[in-house]
Design a protein around this ligand. Structure first.
Ligand SMILES: [Mg+2]
Length: 240
C-alpha cells in the first residue's frame, strides 16, 4: 500500500476547495493511504475529522512530530510516546520559566499545544532568534516557521523523526511514500531521502533551505499550490 504523508495548512488544505476535493477523490479511488503531519494539536485536528471537514486518515502525526495518533484520535503507540517523553523530560515547565523574560517582548505563548513541546508566537524575528538560542542552550531543538511560530521540541524530534518512526513501524519503503509540505517545520521531513513535494505556495525560506541543502534527490517542486501541487506530484510518480 502507498501512503501520502502530508502537512495540512497550506499543503493538503492549500489551493482551492475544488483542488482539495479532486485530490481527495483521486486518493480514495486509487486506494492511497493518508497520514496527516501537522503542527496542529489534537484539538485542532480531530474535531475537523469528526465533522467530515477533513477525511479520516490512517494516522496523524501532530504537534510538529511530538504526538502520534491513530485515525480515531487515540494514542498510536506507547513506545512512541515514551521515546519522545524521555527526550522532553520536564521541558515545558523548564522552558516556561527560562523564557519568561521574552514574553511581552514580541513573543507570546500559543494558547493550546501538546504535552511534549513548548510553543510561542513571535512578531519580532530578532527576539525569536534570541529565544531560539536560549532554547538550544537548554538542550532542546528550536524551530522557527511560517514567520510566526517558534517551537521548542525534544532534541532530534520533528516531523521527519516521526515520519521515519512510522515508516519503520509499518515496514514502508521509499517507493511507498510521498511527503508534502509548505513551511520550515516541514524541512526535516522533506530532507529525508524519500519522494517528496514542496508545493508552489511554500514559504520562500523553505524553498531556499531545500535548494541549498540539495540532499534529497526525490524532492519535487510543484508548479501548483497546495492540493493541486500534490495531485501533480502523484501523477508524476505514476500513482494516479
Ligand atoms: Mg503548512
Amino acid at each position: 500500500m502507498k501512503f501520502l504523508f502530508t502537512d495540512l495548512d497550506g499543503t493538503f488544505l492549500g489551493g482551492t476547495r475544488q483542488d482539495q476535493l479532486r485530490l481527495l477523490q483521486a486518493i480514495e479511488s486509487s486506494g492511497i493511504g493518508l497520514v496527516y503531519v501537522s503542527g496542529r494539536g489534537h484539538q485542532r485536528i480531530f474535531p475537523a475529522i469528526d465533522s467530515n471537514e477533513l477525511a479520516r486518515p490512517n494516522a496523524v502525526i501532530g504537534d510538529v512530530g511530538t504526538s502520534l495518533w491513530n485515525g480515531r484520535g487515540e494514542a498510536f503507540s506507547q513506545d512512541y510516546e515514551s521515546l519522545v517523553s524521555a527526550r522532553w523530560g520536564d521541558g515545558q515547565h523548564l522552558l516556561r520559566e527560562q523564557l519568561k523574560e521574552f514574553l511581552n517582548q514580541g513573543l507570546s505563548e500559543q494558547p493550546i499545544f501538546g504535552p511534549r513541546r513548548y510553543s510561542l508566537y513571535y512578531d519580532s524575528p530578532a527576539m525569536a532568534k534570541h529565544a531560539a538560542q536560549r532554547i538550544e542552550a537548554l538542550g532542546f531543538d528550536s524551530l522557527i516557521s511560517d514567520n510566526q511560530y517558534l517551537d521548542a521540541l525534544p532534541r532530534g524530534v520533528n516531523k521527519g523523526f516521526a515520519v521515519s518512526w512510522l515508516m519503520a513501524h509499518w515496514g514502508l519503503t521509499a517507493s511507498q511514500v510521498l511527503l508534502a509540505g509548505d513551511t520550515l517545520n516541514d524541512l526535516a521531513m522533506l530532507s529525508l531521502p524519500l519522494p517528496a513535494v514542496v508545493v508552489a505556495n511554500a514559504e520562500t525560506a523553505l524553498k531556499e533551505a531545500l535548494l541549498s541543502r540539495n540532499d534529497n534527490p526525490g524532492l519535487m517542486f510543484a508548479s501548483q499550490d497546495g492540493a493541486a501541487g500534490i495531485h501533480e506530484s502523484l501523477k508524476q510518480l505514476g500513482w494516479l
